[in-house]
Ligand binder design. Structure first.
Ligand code: ADP
Ligand code: ZN
Length: 719
């Protein structure tokens, strides 16, 4: 048994070019009969780490997974690739279970999925049963459930420690997407695999942009955000079922296709809403954390948290549902310390002080993340024990400059507002008071005070930030509870008396971030073709009664809509197209692509796809630029107008012009093809008159609306 065989299975059975992250190393270790612990982020590809060995080893691989609801889908997905798999759980009839046992007896299965409670059913009965059959490997999915340090502790998992005692010679692989160092250690100890090889992949999700906004008037902020993301798919998480329902309804009133999802809805409604979301018929799903377990929707462009997650693990997992296709995506959190206070009650575990303490500590760290002024990605990665030293440049804080300034006077105003109103009011009241609000809520006697209105020159938002800063620095204190008020501290006196200088932080420059889905792709896909491939996939999925991704993942469809394979041989090169799927679905997808290409006069672009097994990251840098230009060139040469190419590709006209200009010097395109002759004459004259010493701005200004920057650049490039 060697890695070449594993590679062979990867390509033919699963249809993938190369291993990812530590897949290969983990597979090698398992094949060498070693125990291992694999830590990989969501979507990283943990399943293959045991599925491939399962196929290579002689006997049955037992997969222990807590997600009963997902077992059927997981098994369907394996069967779709021609792999003999089954599951045993309480959702089956006795007859169905009998059928599974028969298949095991006849050595017909390679993988069997079971829930941990089944494994430990009626004493050691199932364990004894396993001793009588040929088990080749134990795979423990979601292994963090074994640790009470973790966020998802399941007592049944504790019993899994027995496995190694009963089966010392059968390798065991434990997998998880969320584990800090303590949890990692716990997994190793509790599973009794002290000598396990450890494979830790980076938890960084580079295509996710992390941002936090203060949770004030957040509904208005959310609407603004959604307006900027029209047409994108997204998940909005809320804490309670009630707020899920009302937010979804409100968003529908605003014209968004938003549906609710929570455990209180009946199964039919839940399934239907989930399905509409997966099909992109509803763009937004408003959900409690009940939503998302095992959702394999790759084009989720944003995840918004209206309420604070209870710990970093949950936050990371939930935001991780964005951007599985590798395209630019965003995670937005509306944060307030009030939410931290609210969640404290949930964090308490009845009769378990230690556990409560752990949960509260995790909650506090989540709060620190919300309040962070430094790189959010670095914070997250450090939390997961990755020692990154560099900041990411791709989160809100990295794109914000904070300026420190002498805020003594501001601090004095704030503290005196607190003192004069008797230390009995909350943040919002104090800010209104300082700003001299006419609102009725401000008490009449307060309007007579000297401090009333002394802060009118500072915006509401800035005041909130300053107060938070003062609280953070200990010059003020915010009480706990549902209605927190601001009170003075021991150090307040010194500020009021002018004994200390207070430094405050002001947000200086928000770097405008430009996020373009298409230009960040290695090669852009054709959105309308993707839509029709999705529909085809839906039809097939319905026929076979499986979730859509069992047919092909979104990533595979995106590749199809990018590289336009036109025959079987070309289609084989697409990631996720294994032998069996090619045989089953190839013809129908090829027909759809061929039709599209004929209608739009396009040819295959499979040559743009990286050769098999090329290291992707390097190749990306080398070819990213060139290929997007050459697609434009191809379309242009096929006779499409610049405007049409721009529409199909979802790019601006000037971008397309920019692409074409590159081909002028090589003679692949002639100037006259993109600029009319009389315009050329006018532009030439202007270029002569002004020169290009000051850029082409003045020339454009002189020539006016009629002539575009692209046209000027084109003439310039041909000189
Ligand atoms: P995880 O369990 O780590 O969240 P999965 O095992 O479900 O991730 O894999 C996520 C997706 O990536 C799946 O669609 C899977 O088929 C795909 N995948 C896994 N390994 C590879 C690979 N080497 N190349 C391409 N795609 C892969
Ligand atoms: Zn950053």
């Amino acid at each position: 048994m060697n890695i070449a065989q594993a590679q062979e299975i990867l390509q033919h059975q699963f249809g993938y070019d190369s291993f990812r992250l530590h897949q290969q190393a983990a597979i090698e270790a398992v094949l060498a009969q070693k125990d291992c612990v694999v830590l990989m982020p969501t979507g990283g590809g943990k399943s293959l780490c045991y599925q491939i060995p399962a196929l290579l080893l002689d006997g049955l691989t037992l997969v222990i997974s807590p997600l009963i609801a997902l077992m059927k889908d997981q098994v369907d997905a394996l069967k779709a690739n021609g792999i003999a798999a089954a599951f045993l759980n309480s959702s089956q009839t006795g007859q169905q279970q009998g059928e599974v046992f028969r298949a095991i007896r006849n050595h017909e299965l390679k993988l069997l999925y079971v829930a941990p409670e089944r494994l430990l059913q009626s004493g050691d009965q199932f364990i004894d049963y396993l001793k009588g059959i040929n088990v080749s490997l134990f795979a423990i999915d979601e292994a963090h459930c074994i640790s009470s340090w973790g966020h998802d502790f399941r007592p049944e998992y504790m019993q899994l420690g027995k496995l190694k005692l009963h089966f010392p010679n059968i390798p065991l692989i434990a997998l998880t997407a969320t584990a800090d160092k303590l949890v990692r250690q716990d997994i190793i100890e509790r599973l009794n695999v002290k000598d396990a090889s450890l494979f830790v992949s980076s938890f960084n999700r580079p295509n996710i942009f992390y941002a936090v906004q203060p949770k004030r008037n957040h509904y208005a902020q959310l609407l603004k955000y959604l307006d900027q993301h029209k047409g994108d798919s997204g998940i909005i998480y809320c804490l309670s079922r009630k707020s899920v329902e009302s937010l979804a309804a409100d968003l529908r009133d605003e014209g968004f296709t938003a549906l609710p999802y929570h455990a209180g809805l009946d199964k039919e409604t839940r399934d239907q809403n989930q399905e509409l979301f997966l099909k992109d018929e509803a763009k937004i799903i408003v959900a409690t954390i009940a939503f998302g377990m095992g959702i394999d929707k790759s084009n989720v462009r944003f995840v918004v948290h209206c309420d604070l997650p209870k710990n970093i693990e949950s936050y990371y997992q939930e935001t991780g549902r964005a951007g599985r296709d590798g395209l630019q995506s965003e995670a937005l959190l509306f944060f307030s310390w009030g939410d931290v206070a609210k969640l404290e009650d949930f964090a308490r575990v009845e009769g378990n002080a230690t556990q409560t303490e752990i949960m509260l500590k995790k909650l506090k760290i989540m709060g620190n993340f919300g309040d962070l002024k430094t790189c959010r990605r670095k914070f997250l990665l450090n939390y997961f024990s990755e020692e990154t030293v560099t900041v990411c440049g791709h989160c809100d804080n990295c794109q914000t400059e904070f300026e420190r300034f002498d805020g003594t006077i501001i601090a004095q105003k704030a503290l005196s507002a607190v003192a004069r109103t008797g230390q009995k009011f909350g943040l919002s009241y104090l800010v209104d008071f300082l700003r001299g609000s006419e609102a009725k809520t401000i008490r009449e006697e307060h309007k007579q005070l000297k401090t009333y209105g002394v802060g009118a020159d500072i915006s509401r938002d800035n005041w909130f930030d300053y107060f938070k800063d003062l609280i953070g620095q200990g010059y003020l204190h915010q009480t706990e509870g549902q209605y927190p008020v601001i009170v003075l501290t021991e150090t307040s006196e010194d500020v009021l008396r002018g004994k200390v200088r207070v430094e405050l932080i002001k947000v200086k420059v928000k770097v405008e971030k430009k996020v373009s889905l298409v230009s960040d792709l290695e090669h852009p896909y054709l959105p309308d073709l993707l839509d029709s491939l999705r529909q085809l996939r839906m039809t097939l999925a319905k026929q076979e009664n499986v979730p859509a991704y069992v047919i092909f993942s979104d990533a595979t469809l995106v590749e199809l809509a990018t590289y336009l394979p036109l025959d079987t041989e070309e289609m084989q090169k697409i990631s996720g197209v294994g032998d069996l799927k090619l045989q089953k679905y190839g013809a129908e997808f090829l027909r759809a692509i061929n039709q599209y290409c004929t209608a739009h006069q396009l040819t295959s672009r499979i040559h743009l796809k990286l050769p098999k097994r090329a290291p992707k990251t390097r190749a990306k840098r080398d070819t990213a630029g060139n290929s997007t230009y050459s697609i434009t060139l191809e379309m242009f040469q096929a006779g499409m107008s610049i405007a049409k190419i721009a529409t199909i590709r979802g790019l601006s006209i000037s971008t397309i012009e920019g692409h074409l200009v590159r081909y002028l010097p090589t003679g692949e395109i002639l100037l006259e093809e993109i600029v009319s002759e009389d315009k050329i004459a006018v532009i030439e004259a202007a270029l002569d008159q002004f020169g290009t010493g000051n850029g082409i701005g003045p020339i454009k200004e002189f020539l006016g609306e009629e002539i575009s920057y692209g046209e000027i650049r084109a003439v310039l490039a041909s000189r």
